[in-house]
Design a protein around this ligand. Sequence first.
Ligand SMILES: *Cc1c(COP(=O)(O)O)cnc(C)c1O
Length: 467
Amino acid sequence: MTQYFSTRGGVRGASFTDVLLTGLAPDGGLFIPETWPEVDRTALARMAGTPYADIAFQVIKPFVGGDIPDRDLKRMLEEVYRGQFDHAAVAPMVQIGPNAWIMELFHGPTLAFKDYALQLLGRLFDYVLEQRGERVTIVGATSGDTGSAAIEACRHCKNIDIFILHPNGRTSEVQRRQMTTIDAPNVFNIALEGTFDDCQSLVKEMFGDKKFNDEVKLSAVNSINWARIMAQIVYYFTAALSLGAPDRKVSFAVPTGNFGNIYAAYCARRMGLPIERLVIGSNRNDILTRFFETGIMQAGAVEPSLSPSMDIQISSNFERYLCDAMNRDTKSLGILMKAFKEQGKFTLGDEFMHKTRNEFDARRCSDEQTSEMMKACYRETGYMIDPHTAVGLFSAWQVRQDPSVPLIALACAHPAKFPDAVEKATGIRPDLPERMADLYEREEHYDVLPNKLADIQKYIRERRTAA
Ligand SMILES: *Cc1c(COP(=O)(O)O)cnc(C)c1O
């Protein structure tokens, strides 16, 4: 049975369901598995050609470690990966050049890759809560993307109420409508009179208010939840298998913010998937790329870019990789993370950096280069990519050395989610997929509230459906 420990060493032997419901470890660290399950050549070869939901079961089962009976886990995976995605391959591959491919991760309900994990996470949460006879209130702040994916994930959950705060009038219309057009008794959209930072600090304050927290049982589905990483490992397997694994290695290019998606690729490699290069793509918020260049991890100010879902200056999930890279020396890691928190900076030596650079390549892509990439891709192939995908693809071309290794760039969002940037680059405004074509006609549900903690708490108390 796979057990989990915290990267700061304060927790050992945690079960999958504990890790699922807790998210962040009580010592401030992140959970990782005590051992990496291995998928050998024979097992890989057997997976080739089987449906996404079946591969998901093979990959995920060892991490769940008997906490959930196989038949229930299978049922949930079928529900998600046969029912909630609009393409039979779930994460289909499109060729865009000689031995170069795009993996489309936008076939879920909100047109971005976060659906691939959050759709499963919602069901896992609901299942475990039901077993334990518990209910939770999920509260989150969003500048656009994550909120809609979380709402879509929880709308059918019996044991969850979800309240998402967004800054009133400051999200794009597509993003707002994806959240507010959902009509479900357990979904509440709060348009806050304030900025995204105001939304975030209110959420933080609510989590810090013990009395309120105990009363409504606050929970989060944030990007450091291990189960999200786990679900994302699956599509690295399906992609590599479709291009010839285990007999052929592939490389991946991943646009990166919180280091979640690229960390899932690293996990797949640790499990035995033959991966040649892992390329990290940053936009101007390039803390990771600077770290790979200099060995110094230092946060800067967040600057807006054409790829807003990566406008982040702290890549939380990097701590998970660091833990392995430091041979799981949780004590030293704890000291490093403390220094980062207090001084906003840490430095690692040459020997360490040599090892790390063997594991990843990191490049950055400016807004101009992002637009150029979207334009060039469209001109040369007729295929439209979104700005995040462009950052990954651009970075991949910078480092590509061996064209005999298939290159797979992840398309993390549908171009119609960022229509202005795409139109500016290509001259063409991308259409929403057919199933979403009436998004602009659907009725919206949200309440505008003042930027006051007491008002928000009152709203949540009065509306949550749990007794
Ligand atoms: C969240 C997001 C990213 C960044 O992913 P991380 O897991 O935080 O590295 C990139 N692109 C899009 C479209 C996203 O929504």
